[in-house]
Design a protein around this ligand. Structure first.
Ligand SMILES: Cc1cc2nc3c(=O)[nH]c(=O)nc-3n(C[C@H](O)[C@H](O)[C@H](O)COP(=O)(O)OP(=O)(O)OC[C@H]3O[C@@H](n4cnc5c(N)ncnc54)[C@H](O)[C@@H]3O)c2cc1C
Length: 457
C-alpha cells in the first residue's frame, strides 16, 4: 500500500514528522484549494508557488517523481487521489487555523467513507495549541506565565526521515498558474532570500553564525539594522521547522522567547477562533471606531506625513515584509491616532505580508489596539517621532523607504516639519496632529473603560 503525505504548511523534506511517520511508498501531494488561493494576498500566493516549485525539485533530487499537485476542494481531491494511487493512509502535519481545522474535519470524514485513515503526525509549532497548560489544566491568558511553562518544557529535537517516494505519479491536472514542472530560471525571490527549504536553512545558518542571533536582544528593535532572522515566511510555509531553528540558535536566547509568541498566539486562536476578526475582549466592541476610508487609504499608501509610519508602510508595499517594530508603530498609528478599526489594518497586512499568518497577525493587531489577550495597555500610544528617533537613530530606515526625505541628514529625516527643505521633494504634511489624536484616543478608550466599570459595579 501507499501513504499519501498531504503537504500544507510543511513544505520541506527535513525535520518533517509527517514524512518521518510514513513507512510505505509515499505519494507527496499538495492541493491548490481555490478558497485559500483567493484569500491569500498576491505576494503570499507567489511565495507559495515558488516554495512548491522548490519542494518539487527536492523530491525529484531524492529520487521521487515530484510533487503531485491537484486543484480543487481537498474534500473531493483527497479521496480521489487515494483511490487512484491505492493509498490507505493520509499523513499530515496538523493545521490549527480555524479554516484548517474545519477543512481537516471534513476531509477526514470524506476519507473515512473511502476507508482511508487520516493521521496527524506533526505540527508547525514547538509546543502546539492545547499543550502548554496551567497547573490546573486551564489555558493561559497572559504571555509571561505561558512563556515560563513553555520554556521549561523539553525542547523537541529535529526529526529524521528517509521517505521512499514513488517514482511514478498519476498524470496531474496542473492549472496554468500552478508551479511549473521546470522552475523558471528568472524566479523572482521575495524578501531578502530565495525561497524554499535550502534557502531557509541558509538564512538560519547566516543568522546564527554571523552573531546576529547572539546580538538579537540588542538589535531586534533597530529598524536600520538587519537584527532579526527574516525567517517569518519560511516558518509560515513550513520550509523550516522551529525545532531546526532552535537546534541552531540554542534554547536559551531572547530570540527563542520571541518565537514563543508564535506558539502563544496559535494557542489563543485555537481556543478563540473568533479572535481572528473580533475583539478578544468583547467589551471593546463599544469603541467608536471611525469609518473613514480616505484616511485609511492615506495610511495604506504611506502618506501619513509621519516619516517612520510611512517608511514602514512603504517597506511593506515594496518588499512584502515589515520590521516588527514598524508593525507596532503603524498599528498604533492606525488604531490610536486615526481610531480606525484594527481589522482594516489586519486585512491589509494579510494581503501584503509574505509571512501573513492569521494567528500572529490578528493577535498582533489586537495587542497593539489594546483589545486582545494580554494586550498592550490602551493608554500606551506610540509617539511616532520618538519611536523613529529611538529605533532609527540616524534616519537611515526613513531615507531608504521614503525617497522624498532622502536629502535630510541624520535624525532630521524624522522631523521634516522642522527642516527648511523638509517638504521640497513632495513629502506630505502630517495628516493629524499626534498630540490631539492621542487625547481623542485616550478619551475614547477611557469612555469604554468607564462604561465597563459601571457595568461591573
Ligand atoms: C501588527 C502586527 C502584525 C503581525 N503580523 C504577523 C504575521 O502576519 N505573521 C507573522 O509571522 N508575524 C506577525 N507579526 C509578528 C512579527 O512582527 C513577525 O513575526 C516578525 O516581524 C517577522 O520577522 P522575522 O522573521 O525577522 O522575526 P524574528 O524577530 O527573527 O523572529 C523569529 C520568528 O519568531 C516569530 N515571532 C517573532 N515575533 C513574533 C510576534 N510578536 N508574534 C508572533 N510571532 C513572532 C516569527 O515566526 C518570527 O519569524 C506581527 C506583529 C505585529 C505587531
Amino acid at each position: 500500500m501507499v501513504d499519501i503525505v498531504w503537504f500544507r504548511r510543511d513544505l520541506r523534506l527535513g525535520d518533517n514528522g509527517a514524512l518521518a511517520a510514513a513507512d510505505q511508498d509515499v505519494v507527496p501531494l499538495f492541493v491548490l484549494d481555490p478558497v485559500l488561493l483567493t484569500s491569500a494576498g498576491g505576494v503570499r500566493r507567489e511565495r507559495l508557488l515558488a516554495s512548491l516549485r522548490s519542494l518539487d525539485s527536492s523530491i525529484r533530487e531524492s529520487g521521487g517523481a515530484g510533487l503531485l499537485i491537484r486543484r480543487g476542494d481537498p474534500v473531493d481531491v483527497l479521496p480521489a487521489v487515494a483511490g487512484e494511487v491505492g493509498a490507505d493512509r493520509v499523513l499530515v502535519s496538523g493545521d490549527y487555523s480555524p479554516f484548517g481545522l474545519r477543512r481537516d474535519r471534513r476531509v477526514a470524514e470524506a476519507l473515512s467513507v473511502a476507508e482511508v485513515a487520516m493521521a496527524s503526525r506533526d505540527t508547525p509549532y514547538l509546543h502546539p495549541p492545547a499543550t502548554v497548560r496551567k497547573g490546573d489544566g486551564g489555558p493561559f491568558s497572559v504571555f509571561t506565565p505561558y512563556w515560563r511553562v513553555w520554556s521549561g518544557l523539553s525542547v523537541p529535537a529535529p526529526v529524521q526521515s528517509s521517505p521512499r517516494f514513488v517514482t511514478r505519479l498519476p498524470p496531474d491536472d496542473l492549472p496554468s498558474d500552478a508551479p511549473s514542472r521546470h522552475p523558471p530560471s528568472d524566479d523572482r525571490s521575495l524578501g531578502d532570500g530565495a525561497v524554499g527549504e535550502a534557502a531557509a536553512l541558509a538564512t538560519l545558518t547566516g543568522f546564527a553564525d554571523s552573531g546576529a542571533a547572539a546580538r538579537y536582544d540588542d538589535d531586534r528593535n533597530r529598524l536600520d539594522l538587519p537584527g532579526t532572522s527574516q525567517l517569518g515566511a519560511a516558518l509560515h510555509f513550513g520550509e523550516i521547522h522551529p525545532r531546526t531553528v532552535l537546534a541552531h540558535v540554542g534554547a536559551d536566547t531572547a530570540f527563542v522567547r520571541q518565537m514563543c509568541w508564535r506558539d502563544f498566539y496559535a494557542d489563543v486562536l485555537y481556543r478563540r477562533p473568533d479572535a481572528a476578526w473580533h475583539n478578544v475582549d468583547r467589551r471593546f466592541d463599544a469603541l467608536p471606531w471611525r469609518d473613514d476610508r480616505s484616511q485609511f487609504d492615506t495610511w495604506c499608501a504611506g502618506r501619513t506625513g509621519y516619516p517612520v509610519v510611512d517608511a514602514g508602510m512603504r517597506q511593506l508595499a515594496q518588499s512584502g515584509w515589515m520590521h516588527n517594530r514598524a508593525r507596532m508603530i503603524v498599528a498604533s498609528f492606525l488604531t490610536k491616532d486615526l481610531l480606525l478599526p484594527w481589522q482594516w489594518g489586519a486585512r491589509w497586512f494579510l494581503d501584503h505580508l509574505v509571512d501573513g499568518d492569521v494567528a500572529s497577525n490578528s493577535l498582533g493587531w489586537q495587542w497593539c489596539a489594546g483589545t486582545g489577550m494580554d494586550p498592550s495597555p490602551y493608554y500606551r500610544i506610540f509617539n511616532p517621532v520618538l519611536q523613529g528617533e529611538r529605533f532609527d537613530p540616524d534616519g537611515a530606515y526613513v531615507r531608504r523607504w521614503v525617497p522624498e526625505l532622502a536629502h535630510l541628514p541624520g535624525r532630521a529625516a524624522h522631523t521634516p516639519w522642522d527642516q527648511p527643505t523638509g517638504y521640497d521633494h513632495g513629502y506630505p504634511r502630517r495628516m493629524v496632529d499626534h498630540a490631539r489624536a492621542r487625547d481623542d484616543a485616550l478619551d475614547a478608550y477611557r469612555a469604554v473603560k468607564a462604561a465597563r466599570e459601571r457595568a461591573t459595579t
